[in-house]
Write a protein that binds this ligand. Structure first.
Ligand code: KIV
Length: 269
C-alpha cells in the first residue's frame, strides 16, 4: 500500500455486515500504543481493550480488581495507536452492576474520555434492559456471554459453559441482539452450543474458546504472541514465542555490557 493510500476505517456497520457477507471478524486485545500500532498494521478488525489487562499488564490474579480509571488510561493509549481498527473497551466489574444510572454514567464517561467506539459488558438476558438503555443513549454495545471472567467467584472457577444444554445461552444471545447489541463475545462454550448461539442471532458472535462455529475470533495479545507465561488455556494458539525472543535479547545485552562489547563505536558519539 502506498504511504498516502486511503485507510478505510472499520466502523460498527463494517462489523455488523460481515455476518451477512460470510466474512469472519478478527479481534485481538490490546492495551498500549505500540501494540495498537502492531495490530492496526496487521489489519485486525477490532482491538479490544479487555479487562484481562488486569492479569497480563498488572499481574492481578483475575479481572475483578480492574478499575474504570485503568480502563480509560489503557484505552486512551490504544486509541492513539489506531488508524483503521474499531476500538472496543471493557466496562470492569462493579461499574455497571450497582444501578442503571451509575452504569450509564460510567459508560458515558469511558466513551467521552477514552475515545472508545464501543463498550463490552458481561452478561445475558439479565442485562438486556441496561443494554437497551445504553444503545438508546448512543453507545455501541458488545455483549459477552458463556464463561464470564468477572463472575469467576460466582461460577466457582473458569468453567466451560453449555455442556448441559444451550437453551439459556441462546436466550441470552437473542435478548442481547433484541436490546441492540452489535456483536457478542462467546467465551468458553462447547462447539455445539456455539453453533446454536451463532445460528440464533443475526449479529456476529466472536468466539474465544468457543470453536470455529462463531462468526469471528478473539485472542488475548499476550497469549497469542507467547508473552504471558503464568498459564495458557487450551484454546490459546501461540502464533509466536516473543517471551523467549525477549529473554534472549536481554541476556545478550547483559553479556555485552559486562564484556564492554556494548556500546561499541557505532553506538557512541
Ligand atoms: O478481557 C478480555 O480480554 C476479554 C476477551 C478475552 C474477550 O474479555
Amino acid at each position: 500500500m502506498s504511504k498516502h493510500a486511503e485507510i478505510k476505517k472499520i466502523t460498527v456497520s463494517t462489523i455488523r455486515n460481515k455476518k451477512s457477507k460470510n466474512e469472519k471478524v478478527t479481534c485481538v486485545t490490546g492495551y498500549d500504543y505500540t501494540a495498537a500500532q502492531i495490530l492496526d498494521q496487521a489489519g485486525v478488525d477490532i482491538v479490544l481493550v479487555g479487562d484481562s489487562l488486569g492479569m497480563v499488564m498488572n499481574g492481578y490474579e483475575n479481572t475483578i480488581p480492574v478499575t474504570l480509571d485503568e480502563m480509560i488510561y489503557h484505552t486512551k493509549a490504544v486509541k492513539r495507536g489506531l488508524k483503521r481498527a474499531f476500538l472496543v473497551t471493557d466496562l470492569p466489574f462493579g461499574t455497571y452492576n450497582v444501578s442503571t444510572e451509575k452504569a450509564i454514567e460510567n459508560c458515558v464517561r469511558v466513551i467521552k474520555e477514552s475515545g472508545a467506539e464501543a463498550i463490552k459488558l458481561e452478561g445475558g438476558e439479565e442485562i438486556a434492559p441496561l443494554v437497551e438503555k445504553l444503545v438508546k443513549a448512543g453507545v455501541n454495545v458488545m455483549g459477552h456471554i458463556g464463561l464470564m471472567p468477572q463472575s469467576v467467584h460466582v461460577m466457582g472457577g473458569y468453567k466451560i459453559q453449555g455442556k448441559n444444554g444451550s437453551e439459556q445461552l441462546v436466550k441470552d444471545a437473542v435478548a442481547l441482539e433484541k436490546a441492540g447489541a452489535f456483536s457478542i463475545v462467546v467465551e468458553g462454550v462447547v462447539a455445539e452450543t456455539a453453533k446454536k448461539i451463532t445460528d440464533a442471532v443475526t449479529i456476529p458472535t466472536i468466539g474465544i474458546g468457543a470453536s470455529v462455529n462463531c462468526d469471528g475470533q478473539v485472542l488475548v495479545y499476550h497469549d497469542m504472541l507467547g508473552l504471558f507465561n503464568d498459564f495458557t488455556p487450551k484454546f490459546v494458539k501461540r502464533y509466536a514465542n516473543l517471551r523467549e525472543v525477549a529473554v534472549k535479547a536481554v541476556e545478550n545485552y547483559i553479556e555485552e555490557v559486562k564484556s564492554c562489547a556494548f556500546p561499541d563505536e557505532k553506538h557512541s558519539f
